[in-house]
Design a binder for this molecule. Structure first.
Ligand code: MGD
Ligand code: MGD
Ligand code: SF4
Ligand code: MO
Length: 734
């Protein structure tokens, strides 16, 4: 996830303050249905939520929503069950020895404030760090609170999940346009040629791109023309494609370099290039060596398929390209993303009908901005223990965090809405580092393994208990859309908004984060004022109870307003150099990433698993690979990499290209993070840990198995209990 810098900037105070109706006017014993939108993933589907008193009875799609038109996925529909999940956090907790004890908010925050003061006195400001996870990207005020708190505090130790899976997208945008947060959105209504590489929107709803109702969009494109899916697995998206190329993992850049080379010779849009591109010759030189023979060898694809794809691009002229974790977490991440954008420039596809456009945001209206200050792509050194890792946009790469803790530079860590145990490499080392912290503040909604290690737990309000504006992630939506979601139920027990937690802590530390007129109470009214404050005063928030879509055309603002001299930079030096050094991965088996339908990374495991355990973790191998090691479905396997090993159950997967090993992430047994490492396998330009295309060895295990995988555990067993060495003991306040 990536959030545009400045999307939570403070605005001058507005005259009229939204909203007139803020209280949750439950009529007792009556069912009430309210309009909202889902804040679990970027698709932001419109919801209708039915409640009775404080029960959430049903969550369904909003048939009147301009983008989702009634569509929801199982995760969105599970929000009622998630809201009432017995594992939800209801009370602030403070660690005393091995035990997390229930405390009142005031005492819990006082305790935290004095621990932080002690640490800062002894070790300085930079001993305090934060890692901001995926969930906060969907919590408008919580995101503001986190940023405002650490802006006021001034620590340099800032980490976000953007450096886990997305840094190539920010860097490519920055170096090609001078602005980090452009994201191409496919013009699915008119698109006749779409190329998906390493993304499976039918399950994920897009990588950054928030594609609601993906099946409908992909089907439409296939009907209008051609949908090509490049993926070592025949995914649900690949099944909708007119052509599927089962590429060898980690070799997409070869494929795209070959296409760029050939299209520059025949198939480019010369007029667009002459007017809107810089560096065409340097690009042609860079892709020159990628001829058909070399590309066939690297990608494992047959020449005919490559030539057919080339012919399709030539036939249609314009196309829209989408990438995802398969490429963005690989060794070729930067060059693959760069070449995908470059191909869209070469064919004149950006900001033209049937290609891809850039969403300026309903609330941000980047298309009206005139005073662009261009970024230069420069990086500062990393923190003391990893100076070679680049600091960009005021953030260190996550790859440095564990080292910084081990070196004693970071002693207190805040984790709002993230789960580094499930998301980071080197699971054991990450757990040990987190456990060694003097202070670990976790702002979450559910008991899980990161909560188990916390010293201070903030039980945060979930999406149904808080107000949000679609603005924070608006650049990734399929249309410039604005919507307000009001809370539909009052917060359960002592759950508090994340923004309130940060404000209450700031007050204790004498930090000022409050905007003028701010009310520090954890009430819907105060949250409403804060949202109003964060939004352009010209926007009538009350009117956004119903989603609104801009009806004026917004294509063209990038070339006309943002780009220096109206030109894309086609050949940034650093990418040209990385391409020249690009090597195909070794011929061993390669680990590949992939999402699951009912979980959101590590979130929703409990509710999802209750419904369907079969979807849970296993080691997926192609039938011929299973045969080669004489293993059958259900057999225990051990997977080893340079970083470590894990064990799990074999799932024979006829959809996989032989040589690729798919193990879903976000689970603890096995935890695929055990197979990746942050010391060596890191991209030098972004500091991202490689988690796609990782060489592994797979064997059958002999002998007894100690721990059963999550998927085989009894239904009532918690998914993580006993897996971590410290067990959390919940005690009630007496
Ligand atoms: N249901 C659900 N939705 C989610 C999430 C979730 O956990 N569950 N997570 C959200 C998040 S944080 C993100 S970042 C997005 C991710 O969104 P996507 O990137 O669309 O999702 P993935 O399923 O990871 O898709 C990666 C695809 O790349 C393929 N692949 C692997 N290696 C390679 C390779 O080398 N080359 C090519 N061409 N393909 C390869 C995999 O087989 C897989 O199909 O999804 C978001 N949405
Ligand atoms: N090996 C491997 N590792 C991966 C990946 C992979 O494909 N392979 N994928 C990576 C990707 S794409 C990403 S984005 C990262 C994800 O990295 P993280 O964002 O660190 O991990 P999540 O599991 O999404 O953590 C979300 C946390 O937020 C909590 N939460 C849910 N709702 C709310 C809420 O409303 N408020 C608050 N405060 N908390 C909430 C959840 O309970 C959960 O603990 O992981 C990455 N790690
Ligand atoms: S696709 Fe995303 S936004 Fe839509 S219902 Fe599912 S989780 Fe929610
Ligand atoms: Mo992600």
């Amino acid at each position: 996830m990536a959030i545009a810098a400045g999307s939570a900037i403070s605005r001058p105070e507005r005259e009229t303050v939204y909203p007139r109706r803020v209280t949750i006017d439950q009529r007792r014993d009556r069912e009430t249905e309210r309009r909202s939108f889902c804040r679990i993933c970027n698709a932001a589907c419109g919801l209708r939520i039915t409640t009775r008193d404080d029960r959430v009875l049903r969550v369904r799609g909003d048939p009147e929503h301009p983008l989702s038109a009634g569509y929801t996925c199982p995760k969105g529909r599970a929000s009622a069950a998630f809201h009432h999940d017995p594992r939800r956090l209801d009370h602030p907790l403070v660690r005393r020895g091995d035990t997390l004890e229930r405390r009142g908010w005031s005492e819990a925050l006082d305790d935290l404030a004095s621990a932080l003061t002690r640490i800062e006195r002894a070790h300085g400001r930079d001993a305090i760090a934060y890692y901001l996870g995926t969930a906060v990207a969907f919590d408008t005020c919580g995101y503001w609170g986190t940023q405002a708190f650490f802006d006021a505090h001034g620590t340099r130790q800032r980490y976000t999940c953007a450096t886990v899976d997305t840094p190539c997208k920010l860097l490519v945008s920055e170096l090609m346009s001078g602005y980090s947060f452009l994201h191409p959105i496919p013009d699915t209504d008119r698109c006749r040629m779409m190329l998906l590489l390493g993304t499976n929107p039918v399950v994920s709803h897009g990588h950054l791109t928030g594609m609601t109702n993906p099946v409908a969009h992909l089907r439409r494109v296939a009907r209008q023309g051609e949908l090509w899916v490049v993926d070592p697995r025949r995914t649900a998206s690949a099944r909708l494609a007119t052509r599927h190329l089962a590429i060898r993992p980690g070799t997409d850049a070869f494929l795209l370099a070959f296409l760029a080379r050939e299209l520059l010779r025949d198939g480019a849009d010369p007029e667009y290039l002459a007017n809107h591109a810089e560096g065409v010759d340097a690009l042609a030189a860079a892709v020159g060596p990628f001829d058909l023979a070399r590309t066939v060898e690297a990608t494992g694809l047959v020449a005919e398929d490559l030539l057919d794809l080339l012919a399709a691009l030539r036939r249609h002229g314009r196309f829209a390209g989408l990438s995802g974790t398969g490429t963005t977490m690989s060794a070729g991440a930067n060059v693959t993303e760069w070449l995908l954008w470059t191909l869209q420039v070469v064919t004149g596809s950006f900001e033209r009908p049937g290609g891809a456009w850039f969403n300026p945001g309903f609330t941000s209206r980047l298309d009206r901005k005139r005073d662009w200050v261009h970024e230069e792509g420069l990086a500062e050194p990393g923190p003391a223990s990893r100076p070679e890792l680049p600091r960009r946009r005021g953030e260190y790469p996550c790859a440095a965090l564990v080292d910084e803790i081990e070196a004693g530079h970071v002693r207190a860590l805040f984790v709002p809405g993230g789960n580094p145990i499930a998301a980071f490499p080197e699971t054991e080392r990450t757990i040990a580092a987190l456990r060694s912290l003097e202070v670990l503040v976790v702002g979450d909604v559910v008991e899980n393994e990161i909560v188990e290690l916390a010293t201070h737990v903030w039980p945060c309000t979930g999406q149904l208990e808080r107000a949000d504006l679609s603005g924070l992630m608006e650049f990734y939506r399929l249309a410039p859309i604005g919507q307000l979601a009001r809370p539909v139920v009052a917060p359960v027990a002592e759950r508090r908004p994340l923004w309130w937690c940060f404000d209450a802590l700031a007050e204790r530390l004498d930090l000022s984060i409050r905007p003028p007129g701010f009310e520090p109470a954890p009430t819907p009214e105060a949250e409403a004022r804060l949202l109003a404050h964060l939004t352009d005063p010209a926007i009538d928030l009350d009117a956004l109870d119903r989603a609104q879509v801009l009806d004026e055309p917004v294509a063209g603002w990038v070339v006309d307003g943002l780009l220096r001299g109206g030109r894309w930079q086609l050949a940034p030096d650093v990418f040209v150099r990385q391409l020249a050094e690009l090597e195909a991965p070794p011929s061993s088996a390669l680990l590949i990433p992939g999402r699951q339908l009912r979980t959101m990374n590590s979130a929703l495991r409990d509710v999802a698993a209750e419904r369907e355990r079969l979807d849970a973790v296993a080691i997926h191998l192609a039938p011929s690979d299973a045969e080669a090691i004489e293993a059958q479905e259900g057999d225990r396997l051990v997977v080893q990499s340079d970083a470590g090993a894990l064990e799990g159950r074999l799932q024979v997967d006829p959809d996989l290209r032989p040589g690729s090993v798919w193990i879903p992430h976000g689970w603890l047994a096995p935890n695929v993070g055990q197979l990746t490492r942050s010391d060596r396998d890191v991209d030098p330009l972004t500091g991202m840990v490689l988690q796609s295309g990782v060489p592994v060895r797979v064997e059958r295990t002999e002998g007894a198995q100690e721990s059963r995988p999550d998927s085989e555990r009894p239904r009532d067993a918690p998914l993580h209990a006993g897996r971590l060495r410290t067990k959390r003991h919940l005690t009630s306040e007496n």
